[in-house]
Design a protein around this ligand. Structure first.
Ligand code: SF4
Ligand code: SF4
Length: 194
């Protein structure tokens, strides 16, 4: 059976892109598995971190790079850096995960189970963008609208309100212009990335 040269190119391009964005050469990973053994979320992941590295190493075989981009793993990663600390080759896996998340979003390959994680990230960022701080009540409402989980954790709300963790009105930072500049600059940097 003839292989698809476009798929090969996509796999190779992803390993190269990761190198360009993060400085991590996945070819240096020798699959010792120390990263996966230390990862607190490995049991929940569809591919533990060492396997993600392996998928990227299989750059010339069709479909493997795509499996990394479609994985749940890249969205579960906490960026805790335990894997990075344990890696004898000092490979910065959290950076690789970050690059893969960007690419997965850009190519529309986000794992279906990551929908809620993305909704949470967006609600968090929107809160910071608008107020300059985390406004929990706004974030909760935003998250529920995005995720559709209207009743989830609803019984926690009165208690959180009682202990002062939920405020009805947001606090805002004074320098809103600086806030706008930070977000505009971050967006420009993101757009310039290859
Ligand atoms: S940074 Fe991510 S992959 Fe590495 S140990 Fe932490 S959760 Fe696991
Ligand atoms: S610890 Fe480093 S060398 Fe070992 S499998 Fe993980 S990334 Fe590869």
């Amino acid at each position: 059976m003839r292989s698809d040269p476009h798929v090969h190119a996509a796999g190779a391009a992803l390993a190269d892109l990761v190198l360009e964005k993060t400085g991590v050469d996945v070819a240096r990973c020798y699959q010792c598995g120390k990263c996966s053994a230390g990862c607190p979320l490995a049991a929940e992941m569809d591919f533990p971190p060492s396997q993600i590295m392996h998928l990227l190493q299989l750059r010339d075989l069709p479909g493997f790079a795509e499996m990394a981009l479609r994985s749940h793993t890249i969205w579960l990663c906490l960026t805790c850096e335990i894997c990075y600390c344990r890696c004898p080759m000092e490979l910065d896996i959290p950076k690789v995960m970050d690059a893969l998340r960007h690419e997965s979003l850009a190519r529309g390959m986000v794992h279906p189970k990551a929908k809620d994680i993305l909704a949470f990230h967006r609600a968090f960022l929107d809160s910071v963008r608008v107020t300059g701080r985390l406004f929990e009540m706004g974030q909760v409402v935003d998250y529920k609208l995005r995720s559709g989980h209207f009743l989830q954790d609803l019984l926690q709300a009165p208690w959180m309100f009682w202990v002062g963790k939920l405020h009805l009105l947001p606090e805002r930072v004074r320098d809103r212009r600086a806030l706008k500049r930070i977000f505009a600059k971050t967006r420009r940097v993101g757009e310039k990335r290859p």
